[in-house]
Write a protein that binds this ligand. Structure first.
Ligand code: UD1
Length: 314
């Protein structure tokens, strides 16, 4: 039984990691500022040791790190548009806090730190799918911050011998993703709007594409990255490997929900990437990773979850 620290563990992806770790019999400590995370995401996991704290504040990371074997660093303000509106707050959460976590992990001599990187680092690379050897081209403060933090991880591996791995996520979705903020992930926004019979807005012409990844795949990829012998110092895409346009996404969700609603189109969002699709051959090679839940199946499970939680709230 190992001790894991999940930063941002009260958030969407972090709470799924905590759940799977407990299922595997590991010990889980969560540190979360509750800026975007929610206590209720962990309500079904009473075994979790919870520390409320902002990792950008001095001392919080050091306290959280005591006795830790593995760190899954998920804490972030995960939004492109929020970073465009307020780059300073977003930098504090995404870069300053990461540096504090890395220093504390180095000093506590943890076995490995896995960092939640982002596909946004690729920007509008000229070719698809996006492969880790491409030169990054961030288009938003969020993308740049995620890239800086992953480069800090690599540097800590080279400079101090701290084992780190960056898993670059591609548009993760699933149960517990919060649809209620203007910065929420598009799938949560579309499902919750359509379940209530409201028309969602597509930013731009809807021809932009994404490699939407069901959260169980990400959990599997991250836990593999924690153990894979040759993963330290590497950046690895974790995704499904397909892509779908926003227009198609809207139609698939509308059919699943059974809503009779037309879509609205709004302005293109500043900092938006046009197309995103991952090459997952490095994950296959180094992590022995293979997507375990398809996009279609993941979407069905997610719609079912939102339906059930809407019923509970009503
Ligand atoms: C980006 C990153 C992703 C990261 C996420 C954090 C890319 C390719 N992906 O996601 O790795 O985890 O930030 O938030 O950069 N949209 C609408 N209507 C809405 C909401 C969104 O049309 O109501 C559109 C957006 O303009 C965008 C797409 O849906 O084209 C996806 O948006 P979103 O879910 O916010 O994620 P990204 O910004 O792509």
């Amino acid at each position: 039984m190992a001790q894991y620290l999940v930063t941002g563990g009260a958030g969407f992806i972090g709470s799924h990691l905590a759940e799977e770790l407990l299922r595997r019999g590991e010990r889980v400590r969560v540190v979360d500022s509750l800026i975007t995370g929610k206590r209720e995401n962990l309500a079904h996991l009473p075994q979790v040791e919870f520390i409320e704290g902002d990792l950008a504040e001095p001392g919080v990371a050091t306290r959280a790190m005591s006795g830790v074997d593995y760190v899954l660093h998920q804490a972030a303000i995960p939004s492109v548009p929020r970073s465009v509106e307020d780059p300073i707050t977003s930098n504090r959460a995404n870069v300053d806090a990461t540096l504090n976590v890395l220093v504390a992990a180095r000093d506590a001599k943890v076995k490995r730190l896995v960092y939640a990187g982002s596909s946004s680092a690729y920007g509008n690379a000229a070719t698809l799918p996006k492969v880790e050897t491409m030169v990054p081209a961030p288009l938003s403060p969020y993308a740049l911050q995620k890239l800086v933090a992953e480069q800090y991880c690599e540097m800590f591996t080279r400079l101090y011998g701290l084992e780190t791995v960056t898993t670059r996520y591609f548009n993760v979705f699933g149960p517990r993703q919060d649809p209620s903020s203007p910065y929420s992930g598009v799938i949560s926004v579309f499902i919750s709007a359509l379940c209530q019979g409201r028309a969602p807005t597509i930013h731009g012409d809807g021809g932009q594409t994404r490699d939407f990844t069901y959260v169980a795949n990400v959990v599997d990829g991250v836990l593999r990255a924690c153990q894979a012998p040759s993963a330290s110092g590497e950046t690895i895409n974790v995704a499904t490997g397909g892509r779908i346009s926003l227009n198609q996404l809207f139609e698939v969700i509308r059919d699943l929900v059974g809503a009779d609603v037309a879509v609205k189109h709004g302005d293109v969002r500043a900092g938006d990437v046009r197309d995103s699709q991952a090459d997952i051959s490095k994950a296959r090679r180094i992590l022995n990773y293979e997507p375990i839940v398809s996009f279609e199946e993941g979407l069905k499970r997610t719609v079912a979850w939102y339906r059930a939680s809407t019923l509970t709230v009503a």
